[in-house]
Write a protein that binds this ligand. Structure first.
Ligand SMILES: [Fe+2]
Ligand SMILES: [Fe+2]
Length: 172
């Protein structure tokens, strides 16, 4: 399979003036991977893209819930609650996907559901949540540093327990 330019964000990198840019990068990466998975019949592509999607989403949603959402709770609690509900739905789909093999028809169906759910959620974050954060008087630098520290710790914990998450991994 030809190499391409689809790359995950470098881990631990959050612009100090606007850490939401890193989350948007993650969104873009996951959108592209899901399109790739659902747009092919090639088993090799599915076998590679499926686990990458799950891994990227797990890391992303864990980071948002642990560090990002609590800090923005005061700005718009109803919106944060909606986002947390969306994450719960995504988590349930990820658990089901882990029981299956990429390329199986049940996996494909779940990936379609995951895409529907994730695209709507990402749009909500990008159109409403992130702008609200940028317009609020939050200390964005402090938020960026907390996200950076949390992600670094999460990755080293996963590495120690043998669970993957390759820093800056690309899809080849
Ligand atoms: Fe999210
Ligand atoms: Fe997100």
């Amino acid at each position: 399979m030809a190499q391409d330019n689809l790359q995950a964000r470098g881990r631990g990198s959050f612009p100090l003036d606007d850490p939401t840019q890193s989350l948007i990068h993650d969104h873009h990466y996951v959108r592209q991977l899901m399109q790739r998975y659902l747009g092919t019949q090639d088993e090799r592509v599915k076998l590679q893209a499926g686990p990458k999607i799950c891994e990227a989403l797990q890391l992303h949603t864990t980071l948002e819930e642990a560090v990002f959402y609590p800090r923005v709770q005061e700005i718009d609690p109803a919106l944060v609650e909606k986002c947390q509900d969306d994450h719960q739905n995504v988590d349930e789909l990820l658990v089901q996907l882990q029981e299956l093999q990429p390329g199986e028809s049940a996996y494909d169906d779940l990936m379609q559901q995951l895409q529907d759910s994730v695209l709507a959620h990402m749009e909500l974050e990008e159109q409403q949540l992130f702008p609200a954060i940028r317009n609020a008087s939050l200390d964005l630098q402090d938020l960026a540093l907390r996200m950076q520290a949390y992600e670094a710790n999460l990755i080293s914990t996963q590495a120690a327990s043998g669970r993957g998450t390759q820093p800056g991994g690309s899809l080849h």
